[in-house]
Design a protein around this ligand. Structure first.
Ligand code: ATP
Ligand code: ZN
Length: 634
């Protein structure tokens, strides 16, 4: 029996053949990627490309089971491909690429074209958003997955048919008021944030992100108290002095820093009575200097640094602070050009943050934490769980297979899957829904790829082409390069005879075509620089349509009068929205000849009752609010 026999039985001969012809991309070779690659490779795809920007670290080995001790510092994508070769039963062609998926030079649009589908196995929003955008430009299905602790989710995304990654707002990490961090901490996390995002940044980090750090700029909005503002400004200039001592390799830095930050600054804060009316006062740091001397003299004390599950005493924290400062100073001395930035896996930076956070906690009467705990909090880590990654990878690969074996995408046949550890909710799912009509990525604008030679194509040619092809009117069109560079509109035609390249367009650049009359939807063209005649994407731009907002139950009573209020025309599309949760109830074509003036999109002239049952209460038929007109791109 051939090895493929079971796959053929499961999928069916045709579907198997179909899958065997597909080339797919997996982005990320970490926790999810290590599990997913096995599933994908054994699913029958003909070829899989794997991209990851990182190398393997010791901390990856506890859950990324394809990596071994010997692989540390090797490229993740290369190692993962080698690791699965021994069970590559269906001769899947594996291609690894080490690089950042957002690098448009290494991964130009011509490279993306080869894939039939993309699987995300990423760990950050920025890269996920980028891949989502690429899939929208290319019109390729994306299987998005993610895990946090015991929770996980797989979302199949079919561009313009189902919600994209950006259709729902994403939760951003919790932030704290600046003055809680700088003057009045009350929880360990406040002190850890102070140590990592303020003290560390001020002393060592040179990056622009650091100098622009919000915690370094305190304004009247952050604090009404002038004394507090003055004190915090003084602290900042004092830190500049400490930074100079650090850079000059001053041997007294540690003792000066402890005195300045944990004694003098605290004493200064204590003088601001307003801060302590309702709060417990901090106590400037006191510790036994002889004990510190003893620790510093004894080489055995170094064991404290790796004792990461027990709470360090106050003097031990001071000792770790001394040691980490010393190590960082030595690094700076060897090569000042190598940036020092916080990384939870960089022991010296972690030790500095742990000890200074703990000393601040002690001063403010907040509980001290172990190095292990602080590492979790400072690295925003919710422990990654191998089993969760494994289950999610299974669902992810199944979601992709389902997308590939059918001929035409019917989103009602696909599901978003969730897993959790809540009883009765281990595995749940939800139907895919059409794109959110407010989504700036997939609903307010159409996307496509235009091929043209940027060196020889003039702006005027591009303008004429898009007008001819999509129905824009030259006098009512704006062209914007990148995020905000306006190069053409009705009152600004200076650039028409300039080539796209001279206007700053590069291979992979995005250009926005905007209808100033608001009749047609806007279009984002990703420019692929290619010699020869310009080729525009084959897209039917949609006319902006009318949305009628009706209260629950009002749907059947929308009549000619309402349609007149919203100036609808025969043949327009109407979307009825549930006012409570803004979900779309029904999409209909307006027929102004009929008495009831509505025909549903399935063409039988009736509202789809089965759909309504779920959403609105039919008894409320008389109780509808006035219809309002909104513009929607459909
Ligand atoms: N822009 C990107 N391009 C390519 N690969 C990326 C990009 N961003 C993240 N990745 C990769 O995605 C993977 C995500 O895996 P995972 O969530 O397990 O993170 P990790 O870095 O391996 O682990 P941890 O963050 O817990 O140390 C990582 O291997 C990471 O290198
Ligand atoms: Zn969207």
């Amino acid at each position: 029996m051939g090895r493929e026999t079971y796959l053929k039985k499961i999928y069916g001969e045709e579907a198997y053949k179909n899958l065997k012809s597909k080339t797919i991309l997996m982005v990320g070779a970490g926790g999810i990627g290590c599990e997913l690659i096995k599933d994908l490779m054994l699913s029958g795809y003909s070829s899989i490309h794997i991209v990851d920007l990182d190398t393997i670290t010791l901390s990856n080995l506890n859950r990324q089971f394809l990596f071994r001790q010997k692989d540390i510092d090797q490229s993740k994508s290369k190692t993962i491909c080698e690791a699965v070769q021994s069970f590559n039963y269906f001769d899947c062609k594996l291609t690894s690429q080490h690089g950042n998926i957002m690098d448009t030079k290494q991964f130009p649009i011509s490279w993306w074209r080869q894939f039939d589908m993309i699987y995300n196995a990423l760990d950050n929003l920025e890269a996920r958003r980028f891949v989502n955008q690429m899939c929208l430009f290319l019109g390729k299905p994306l299987i998005e997955s993610g895990t946090t602790g015991y929770q996980g989710q797989v979302q199949p995304i079919f561009p313009y048919l189902s919600e994209c990654f950006e259709c729902q707002a994403k939760v951003t990490p919790k932030t704290f008021p600046v003055c809680t961090i700088r003057s009045t901490p009350s929880q360990p996390v406040h002190c850890i944030t102070w140590a990592k995002d303020f003290l560390f940044v001020q002393l060592f980090d040179d990056s622009t992100a650091a100098t622009g750090s919000e915690l370094s700029h305190v304004t009247n909005q952050d604090s009404q108290d002038n004394d507090e503002l003055e004190t915090l400004k003084k602290e900042l200039s004092e830190l500049q002095g400490l930074r100079n001592l650090f850079e000059s390799g001053n041997k007294e830095l540690a003792s000066i820093l402890v005195e300045d930050i944990f004694v003098k600054d605290i004493a200064r804060l204590l003088r601001i009575d307003a801060l302590w009316k309702l709060r417990a006062k901090p106590i400037p740091l006191e510790y036994n200097k002889e004990d510190l001397e003893k620790l510093l003299m004894d080489n055995k004390s170094l064991e404290i640094l790796s004792n990461d599950t027990q709470m360090w005493s106050v003097v031990e924290n001071v000792y770790v602070l001394y040691k980490s400062l010393q190590a960082l100073q030595d690094r700076y001395k060897v090569d000042p050009k190598i940036p020092i930035s916080f990384d939870k896996d960089d022991e010296d930076t972690l030790n500095f943050v742990v000890s200074s956070a703990n000393l601040r906690s002690h001063v403010f009467g907040i509980e001290i934490k172990s190095k292990f705990d602080i590492k979790q909090i400072a690295g925003n880590i919710i422990p990654a769980i191998a089993t969760t990654n494994s289950i999610i990878s299974g669902f992810s690969s199944l979601a992709g297979i389902r997308a590939q074996i059918g001929d035409k995408i019917d989103i009602s046949k696909h599901l978003t899957t969730y897993i959790s550890i809540k009883p009765n909710k281990y595995i749940t799912s939800a139907s895919l829904v059409p794109p959110n009509h407010k989504c700036a990525s997939c609903s307010l604008v159409r996307k496509g790829i235009a091929r043209c030679s940027i060196g020889t194509t003039k702006l005027s040619q591009l303008l004429q082409l898009v007008c001819k092809r999509y129905g824009y009117v030259e006098d009512a069109t704006s062209i914007i390069i990148g995020k905000s560079k306006l190069v053409y509109d009705m009152d600004f035609d200076d650039n028409l005879e300039t080539s796209l390249e001279d206007l700053g367009v590069f291979n992979g650049q995005v250009i926005l075509i905007q209808d100033d009359d608001d009749n047609l939807e806007n279009l984002e063209l990703l420019i692929e620089d290619k010699k020869g005649e310009a080729i525009l994407p084959n897209i039917q731009l949609r006319k902006k349509t009318t949305i009628i907002t009706a209260e629950p139950g009002g749907l059947n009573d929308i009549n000619d009068d309402h349609l007149k209020t919203v100036e609808s025309e025969n043949g327009d599309t109407m979307i009825v929205i549930d006012e409570d949760d803004e979900s779309e109830i029904e999409e209909m074509t307006i027929d102004t000849d009929g008495v009831h003036a509505i025909s549903s999109k399935n063409g039988d002239g009736k509202v789809d009752e089965s759909f309504l049952d779920d959403v609105i209460e039919i008894e409320d038929l008389d109780d509808y609010g006035p219809a309002t007109k909104k513009q929607r791109l459909h």
